[in-house]
Design a protein around this ligand. Structure first.
Ligand SMILES: Nc1ncnc2c1ncn2[C@@H]1O[C@H](COP(=O)(O)OP(=O)(O)OP(=O)(O)O)[C@@H](O)[C@H]1O
Ligand SMILES: [Mg+2]
Length: 233
């Protein structure tokens, strides 16, 4: 499961600002990548291009080897779950209705309500189906937003500072949840973050600065590092 994403020489300019400059990257299927970099480095721009919510000025983005078209990106967007810093739940809808809202316009082969309930249970909110977002804490609202992102079983999850509006303890719970859901559903994840602790839980760290890739490193799980040190010593 999960899709592979390839960017080839992707550039995006807003006015005179080069948000991304000839970025080439490969995201293998099933990987979990952290994107870090200063404010304005191009992290959100990169996620929006990969998500088909914005178009590059030049260069190409491929999904499982197939180039994204410049028009008719609806099908691509439906393969993606997107999680934002500020949850963006619909205030008048209950938790369960927020979760199923993205698939309401479409004919789907599954029971929307049953899947929304299953996802709310998976994020630990089985007993909060009927409540409004305003009755939930920030961390709980982000859990609903994550369940919503997964309603279409997306092979790709993009998260833009998913813990940015949360205290560190709640942020940690959200990170644990994302990793658990990745293991359960097997999607490719790309997470833009300013949080080094979150980045350290990913298996790869890409650093952007001024629209360019300035670092790209594999992150070894702590157990592997200890194992290596053990073998050296
Ligand atoms: N819609 C837009 N219109 C004009 N300029 C934009 C737009 N979106 C982004 N930019 C510019 O593109 C550059 C990259 O912005 P981007 O939002 O991708 O950065 P970021 O790394 O996500 O920053 P942050 O950490 O603050 O979220 C910045 O210079 C920004 O001002
Ligand atoms: Mg951003």
């Amino acid at each position: 499961m999960g899709v592979a994403i390839t960017l080839q020489q992707v550039s995006r300019t807003y006015g005179s600002a080069k948000a991304l400059h000839e970025v080439s990257l490969e995201f293998p299927a099933g990987g979990t990548t952290a994107l870090m970099g200063h404010s304005g480095a191009g992290k959100s721009t990169l996620l929006q291009l990969i998500g088909g919510m914005d178009l590059p000025d030049s260069g190409e983005i491929r999904v499982d080897g197939q180039a994204l078209p410049r028009r008719g990106l609806d099908g691509h967007r439906r393969r993606i779950g997107f999680v934002f810093q500020r949850f963006h739940l619909l205030p008048a809808l209950s938790a369960v209705d927020n979760v199923l809202a993205p698939v309401l316009p479409y004919r789907v082969s599954f029971d929307r309500k049953a899947r929304a309930r299953e996802l709310l249970a998976a994020v630990g909110l089985a007993d909060r189906e009927r409540v409004l977002p305003s009755e939930l804490s920030g961390g709980q609202q982000q859990r609903v937003a994550i369940a919503r992102a997964l309603i279409g079983r997306p092979p790709l999850l993009l998260a833009d500072e998913p813990t940015g509006a949360l205290d560190s303890g709640t942020g940690r719970e959200i990170v644990d949840l994302l990793l658990r859901l990745r293991d359960q559903y097997g999607m490719t994840m790309i997470i833009a973050t300013h949080n080094p602790e979150l980045a350290a839980t990913c298996d790869r760290l890409i650093r952007l600065a001024d629209g360019r890739v300035v670092g790209d490193d594999a992150i070894l799980p702590a157990a592997d590092v200890l194992d290596r040190i053990g073998r050296l010593g």
